[in-house]
Design a protein around this ligand. Structure first.
Ligand code: LFR
Length: 501
């Protein structure tokens, strides 16, 4: 079979064809495209028509050389964002981008009334301003009546699936990111909906990962010239897809680090964890593909601001230079800049929204009595050093919650290409870093489809296929007193419990 994997991230999308051959998972890239959010007035939106158009163009590309085997398709995206549909299926406005300042406001209000512990207790999820629950609270305030008038809320992957099939559902891993789900039964949390006065008529049925949703609608097929194909809800959440494709050895005690726009660091767990320290440490649970018959699994995670900080810096510098600065150039400049000179708390709210990131980083350093990084190399070095230290803190907290040591760090995603950051992660954490594959999300997407069709019988079978298919780079730690001293400085800057959201 051929599995078309559509992987939409906050900064760009990619479409692949994947298949099983000679005991390996094979991937072929079909197309990649940028994802450019747009401000409409004071609200930042996703350009859904452009994303759909890119997806259609990619599928036309697939149709140009139609596979000689049955085809399936699955879409995964970033978490938390959604579209509202009328009962008849018309879209009510463009989905909002999770980086809207209004959501921080809604978060602050819940925080001020002591509601975060309640939310964390009911859902097990890290309480971040980006979460759907805060978006809905903000929307209730800014657009009273809108939610009551809407028919269905669909998260991004489910929304795209709806436009392909006409089916409405909420796949478990993407629904988990909303902070509206009670993860153990895997159904919507009555407690959260009632205590925040949110309507429940919007929320569709939750389905397990790796579920066959239905055929591509005939009208869509005809327009795109596609053969018949089934659409699968794989792991709709890109992070869950990426973590399913970590090529860890059986029994390896690893922390995963899904490194892209965000750095998602955590560990697989058999049940959602409820350690009372998790709220203050910004740790939460999220959904995963598991081995059991129902495939609903759990993993611990902390969302750490990741390469977003560098992406925003690069956007500003590229504009100043009137041409895009190559990533390789930026990485080389960072590698040549003095190490561990100035540090930031990557999760400081000042860095959460789009804007003049180099300026904000300098302001942070000035405010905390550190030298201000000036050149792009100095700023980029400050970011990667600080990320590596943030990973160390999260790793130590993970070990405490898990009650066991973490022996390796498994980096997957685009951040694998940042060799400096991989080495610094090994140095800061004192653990070997095993990096790869870059395209973990696409591999996880294909694996979920192969599970749904029965080609792969279990997650562990899928993971052994993966180990045979992908290469990893190993970085040995080079611990030093300089890192220990820097870690102490970092903890003082970024409060001990981590983050100041
Ligand atoms: C990564 C990711 C994170 C999620 C963030 C926002 O792409 O899905 O897991 O917290 O995007 O949705």
């Amino acid at each position: 079979m051929i599995h078309v994997a559509s992987d939409l991230g906050a900064s760009g999308g990619k479409v692949f064809e994947g298949w099983l051959e000679a005991g390996r998972l094979q991937l072929r890239e079909v197309r990649r495209f940028p994802n450019r959010p747009v401000w409409m007035g004071e609200t930042l939106h996703w350009d859904l028509p452009a994303l759909l158009d890119e997806l259609y163009q990619s599928l036309r590309e697939v149709a140009r050389q139609p596979p000689d085997r049955p085809m399936t398709l699955a879409v995964e995206t970033w978490g938390v964002d959604f579209g509202l549909l009328t009962r008849k299926g018309a879209l009510l406005g463009l989905p909002m981008h999770y980086r809207n300042p209004a959501f921080q406001e809604a978060w602050r209000e819940v925080s001020a009334t002591g509601g975060l512990a309640e939310l964390a207790g009911a859902t097990g999820v890290q309480c971040m301003p980006i979460n759907t629950v805060f978006q809905l609270l903000a929307l209730q305030k800014s657009q009273p009546g809108l939610l009551d008038a809407a028919g269905t809320l669909l998260f991004m992957p489910d929304l795209l699936t709806f436009f392909l099939t006409g089916e409405r559902q909420a796949e478990f891993t993407i629904a988990y990111t909303s902070q509206l789900l009670d993860p153990r039964p895997g159904t919507w949390s009555r407690r959260v909906l009632d205590s925040f006065g949110l309507p429940d008529h919007l929320l569709p049925e939750v389905i397990p990962p790796a579920t066959d949703v239905g055929p591509i609608a005939p009208g869509v097929r005809e327009r795109l010239g596609l053969p018949e194909a089934r659409v699968i809800a794989g792991a709709g959440h890109d992070t869950a897809s990426a973590v399913a494709a970590v090529p860890a050895e059986p029994g390896e005690r690893y922390a995963y680090l899904s490194s892209g726009t965000w750095s998602l660091m955590g560990a697989m767990v058999p049940e959602p964890m409820g350690d009372p320290r998790m709220l203050a440490w910004h740790l939460g649970n999220e959904g995963a593909i598991a081995s059991g018959p129902d495939r609903r699994g759990h993993r611990l995670v902390r969302n750490i601001a990741g390469l977003w900080l560098l992406q925003e810096c690069r956007r500003v510098w590229s504009r100043e230079r009137s041409e895009p600065i190559p990533w390789a150039e930026l990485d080389a400049l960072a590698a040549g800049a003095p190490p561990l000179r100035s540090l930031i708390d990557p999760d400081d709210p000042a860095f959460a929204t789009p804007g003049d990131m180099p300026g904000r980083i300098r302001t942070f350093c000035r405010r905390t009595g550190q030298p201000e990084p000036e050149s792009p190399g100095e700023v980029a070095r400050c970011v990667v050093d600080s990320l590596a230290l943030a990973y160390r803190r999260t790793l130590e907290q993970l070990e405490q919650v898990l009650g066991r040591p973490v022996e390796t760090v498994r980096v997957v995603g685009g951040g694998v290409r940042n060799r400096l950051l991989c080495q610094l992660t090994a140095d800061a954490t004192g653990r070997p870093v095993l990096a790869g594959p870059v395209e973990a999300t696409a591999y996880g997407n294909v694996l979920a489809q192969a599970l749904a069709t029965g080609e792969v019988g279990s997650l562990s079978e899928g993971q052994s296929l993966l180990r045979a298919s992908v290469a990893t780079d190993r970085y040995e730690p080079r611990p030093s007193d300089a890192w220990e001293e820097a870690y102490r400085r970092f903890l003082a800057l970024a409060p001990a419990e981590g983050g100041r959201r």
